[in-house]
Design a protein around this ligand. Structure first.
Ligand code: MN
Length: 204
């Protein structure tokens, strides 16, 4: 089963005014679709074509070398965007999470405000295109940024929350003001989904 472009879990305009409809349309229908199509083209006819995208990325060094860059970029782009749509919600934002995730954030970062500052800082300082991540590294939470479409799965970390800082994610509304986008993004963060991912990752 080749990779498939997932439907958005909400209408294109649902994240307004923080993420605009025009950006969501081109981001999902054109950018994400291209990652899916190009990943499928790279893996077609190989033993990897039917594997979960996370496994493909974690085992990237096993992919034939001539396909490795295309898979890194496009399977990475597919995995990253599939997560991105899910960890945003029109009912998002609001109070920081409670429970086990909040305790882990407190233990690692000192609190939600420090986590938010770390992820904004990672996104602002990422030169060019990339992502700012909260991950589970197998023993604890960690925050870092990656270039291009590099996924935390490449180093076998489980992504919990990722903010796309490619210009295509914000330029129509925010132009060159990446920090303003990174501040506004927290109005749509889907904490229940991030908590679900944390519970799954930390239990295994
Ligand atoms: Mn993107």
């Amino acid at each position: 089963m080749a990779f498939e472009l997932p439907d958005l879990p909400y209408p294109y305009d649902a994240l307004e005014p923080h993420i605009d409809e025009a950006t969501m349309r081109v981001h999902h229908d054109a950018h994400h679709k291209a990652y899916v199509d190009n990943a499928n083209a790279a893996l077609a006819g190989t033993e990897w074509a039917d594997r979960p995208v996370e496994q493909v990325l974690a085992d990237l060094e096993l992919i034939p070398e001539e396909k490795r860059t295309a898979v890194r970029n496009n399977a990475g782009g597919h995995a990253n965007h599939t997560l991105f749509w899910q960890i945003m919600s029109p009912e998002g934002g609001g109070a920081p999470p409670g429970g086990a995730l909040a305790e882990a954030i407190e233990a690692t970062f000192g609190g939600f405000e420090q986590l938010k500052a770390a992820l904004i800082d990672g996104g602002v300082k990422r030169f060019g295109s990339g992502w700012s991540w909260l991950v589970w590294d197998g023993t604890a939470l960690a925050a870092y940024s990656t270039p291009n479409q590099d996924s935390p799965w490449l180093q076998s970390d489980t992504p919990l929350l990722g903010i796309d800082v490619w210009e295509h994610a914000y330029y129509l509304k925010y132009q060159n003001k990446r920090p303003a986008y990174l501040e506004a993004w927290w109005n749509v963060v889907n904490w229940p989904e991030v908590e679900r991912r944390y519970a799954d990752a930390s239990a295994s």
